[in-house]
Design a protein around this ligand. Structure first.
Ligand SMILES: Nc1ncnc2c1ncn2[C@@H]1O[C@H](COP(=O)(O)OP(=O)(O)O)[C@@H](O)[C@H]1O
Ligand SMILES: [Mg+2]
Length: 263
């Protein structure tokens, strides 16, 4: 089962910001989208999730996503936006409960509460249930939003179909411990049969957690494949316009990336 986009083209007025992008993510895997600021990562995620008008086709588990209703899409995929603010005075419990959709069994009235509390614990916010979201730190708020997204598609597989977490820089505001919490959560979701598509800023976390990496540059996919193939000196230095050295130390051989001083 796949999340598949073909020929995705998006323009804002006369400016084309995505040009014929083909993208595939497989269930069971974490698929990362990386690239410099303004390369089109958020636009690609929003086009694929159905939030931005686009040319080209998007198929979720083989079905035409553009022909789905908003409710059908909400059962298939959940989207964590890039650090948005929250306009209403919710506490953490209320915010996370907003994510609940259909798919809960009607003969178990306690299920909604159980899922909500479990998701809050999963992102490391146990004990924060009655705190107002506006009064949280940026990182705490980002994790509360992650819990909201998680409860929307709590089961990674529903009726034999994988569901899809679509995350736009999910760890951008987090300290190193909570970066790992959220990346492990994403990886576990994939290992349980769901799919994860994540826009990533941190190339080292990408190397550690992604099964596949897509490198965007100026609205086009420059390279797609395994982290060890995509995260290389030449492609990263060219796309990020900055000298980069990728190293592969033992024992696990996963690449790590260091920008070189430009002076
Ligand atoms: N709503 C919009 N209207 C006009 N231009 C936009 C809009 N959203 C994004 N852009 C432009 O499209 C390009 C890609 O943006 P984005 O997808 O957000 O990049 P990334 O997430 O890779 O940093 C950028 O040059 C940005 O300025
Ligand atoms: Mg972005």
């Amino acid at each position: 089962m796949q999340y598949e986009a073909t020929g995705i083209t998006v323009s804002y007025g006369p400016r084309r910001v995505l040009d014929q992008v083909d993208f595939t993510a497989r269930a069971g895997e974490v698929t990362a989208i990386v690239g410099p600021n303004g390369s089109g990562k958020t636009t690609l995620l929003r086009a694929m999730s159905g939030e931005t008008p686009h040319q080209g086709q998007v198929r979720i588990n083989g079905a035409d996503a553009d022909a789905m209703t908003a409710r059908q899409r909400a059962l298939h995929r959940a989207v964590l936006p890039q650090s948005g603010s929250i306009a209403f005075p919710f506490n953490v419990l209320e915010l996370v409960r907003l994510g609940l959709t259909a798919g809960l069994s009607s003969d178990d009235p306690g299920e909604a509460d159980r899922i909500t509390l479990a998701a809050i614990a999963r992102v490391g916010l146990e004990g924060y249930e009655t705190r107002m979201v506006q009064e949280l730190s940026g990182g705490e708020r980002q994790r509360a939003q992650m819990a909201r997204v998680l409860v929307q598609i709590w089961q990674p597989v529903l009726d034999g179909q994988p569901r899809w977490l679509m995350l736009d820089e999910p760890v951008s505001a987090l300290d190193i411990r909570h970066q790992l919490t959220i990346m492990h959560l994403a990886q576990d979701y994939a290992r349980a049969g769901g799919g994860v598509i994540a826009v990533m800023h941190d190339l080292n976390l990408t190397a550690m957690f992604a099964d596949q990496v897509n490198l965007l540059y100026d609205g086009r996919l420059r390279r797609s494949g395994r982290p060890a193939d995509v995260l290389n000196d030449q492609d990263l230095s060219a796309c990020y316009n900055c000298p980069v050295r990728v190293n592969t130390p033992p024992p696990d051989g996963s690449p790590w990336v260091l920008p070189q001083s430009m002076v």
